[in-house]
Design a protein around this ligand. Structure first.
Ligand code: 5GP
Ligand code: ZN
Length: 117
């Protein structure tokens, strides 16, 4: 069923506590934790507890939870006192998505270029 935990999903395992992560925020619908391979001084992933393969599918099925993810992403930036930061949803392998459980990257603490590679 849509949103149910998937046995083969790394981020579902983090939500369930079966794989450790450095969790920085939790809400009823979301979990935020530090990326294992940070690309900036702050690099946090915000995920819905429910499993949806991409942000597009999450937004279509559960727009309120998609809004929670976005709100939590900004809260992470506030907590880390970031004046400028980037929130990224890689969507599809061609855009660099490697984990197919919707997630926002919150990145900041260094200068950034535009456009990204
Ligand atoms: P994507 O490439 O799908 O947009 O982002 C997936 C992110 O998950 C990558 O930045 C990667 O470093 C991170 N990641 C992969 N495995 C783990 C893990 O086991 N723990 C944590 N905290 N992050 C992970
Ligand atoms: Zn999942």
């Amino acid at each position: 069923m849509a949103g149910e935990p998937q046995d083969d999903c790394l981020f579902c395992k983090i939500v369930e506590g079966h794989i450790p992560a450095t969790i920085v925020r939790e809400s009823e619908t979301t979990v935020a934790f530090r990326d294992i391979n940070p690309q900036a001084p702050t690099h946090v992933l915000v995920i819905p507890r429910a499993h949806y393969p991409s942000a597009a599918e999450l937004a279509a099925a559960e727009p309120m939870i998609a809004a929670d993810v976005l709100r939590e992403a900004h809260a992470v930036a506030d907590e880390d006192k970031l004046e400028s930061y980037r929130i990224v949803f890689n969507t599809g392998a061609g855009a660099g998505q490697t984990v197919f459980h919707a997630h926002a990257h919150v990145m900041g603490g260094r200068g950034m270029q535009w456009p990204p590679g």
